[in-house]
Ligand binder design. Sequence first.
Ligand code: 5AD
Ligand code: SF4
Length: 448
Amino acid sequence: MTEPKRLHVITWGCQMNVYDSGRMADVLAPLGYAPAAEAAGADMVILNTCHIREKAVDKVFSELGRLRQLKDASDGRMILAVAGCVAQAEGAEIIARAPYVDIVLGPQTYHRLPEMVARASRAGNKVIETDFPPEDKFDHLPDSATPQGVTAFLTVQEGCDKFCSFCVVPYTRGAEQSRPAAAILREARHLVGQGAREITLLGQNVNAWHGDGTDGSTWGLGRLLHALANIPNLLRLRYATSHPRDMDDDLIAAHRDIPILMPFLHLPVQSGSDRILAAMNRKHTAVDYRRIVDRLREVRPDLALSSDFIVGHPGETQADFDATMTLVRDVGFAQAYSFKYSRRFGTPAAGAPDQVPEAEKDRRLQMLQALLREQQSRFAAGCVGLTLPVLFTGPGRHPGQISGRSPFLQPVHLSGHSDLIGNESLARIVAAHPNSLAGTLVQERLIA
Ligand code: 5AD
Ligand code: SF4
């Protein structure tokens, strides 16, 4: 029997990293690694990093400084690995500046982690693996082995060919790759067998998914969602993150035809100005975006929208920013993420001459965030008095309470027995708090 070892994974960034951290733990389990809650005393620590905005590299080195002390305290026994997009972009620099790091691995190489651990365990070896290998990473990763919660993530697509002017993803995650439908369906059934009731399909450009179908033809995401919706006991489906260009007719129709596809969509628009959208290389206009939203709301009137925004992209004038504010007012978002443009080395926008001053970016961000916050509160307040299905995900903060999620991804707290966890029931929403809703049970709908 392999001696038990403790593995601690620190995850920063997007849901894809959360999913990848789980898969890394899964590939290391056969080597005897079991999850540890803390880095102190662990036999191996993986820092899974994010490169999307500025200061990412500084943040990594500062965390590595802290981990170095824990490694020293273990007499150097602890294996320290850096994964994720900073590892992909800065592999050699990490080993040069932090020689106590044993392994640097990019997102395409996680399936080879056991072999890297073996190589690093031979004293003094450093391992850097940041190639984009020709083989398909998905073929080599095990299905989720660790028991998941009621809500689970499933990566169906990785990488991006869109090359937005500001974004590092096409460089750190590589070209678009779609996983075949059969493998996705198998993993989804497995997750549901382990208790998952809601699955969120993940991909940097998830709605660009086009993979081999189970009938030999190529499927798009709409078709895949139909196949997933047939899995018994799966109560909810979601997908993130999408690009407006890839919202095709089939996918829009899926929002009408699949009851378990939740009426909540994260559809980043980034800007409301056509000039800036063109500079961003987004390949759509503000009107294109509005049309897509109109079509989605026609087929699913209760659809709530979320988006990403960037203020202060090079060349953004006050008029461009005003166009973004107008789009936000017209479309109305239930929730959103907004960022100041952050210059990423190697991306086209980083070299643009007309950078927007930091103070101006700050001012615009505050205005946009105030508007988005107001819309989010208004949306939540609008839920009060409604009866909504809630999927219960875990115990609440107080005894006798349970918590769950609305169809629109809002946390809902109410009084109820923990037997309900994993089930969906109707709840009447009685109050809206800044980041959650309070409800009372109307009806219990237990599934087998
Ligand atoms: N600066 C600011 N925000 C960015 N994003 C991606 N790259 C940058 C950048 N260089 C934002 C986009 C994207 C989200 C994941 O992060 O809004 O949709
Ligand atoms: Fe980055 Fe998304 Fe644009 Fe791809 S589509 S380059 S991931 S912002």
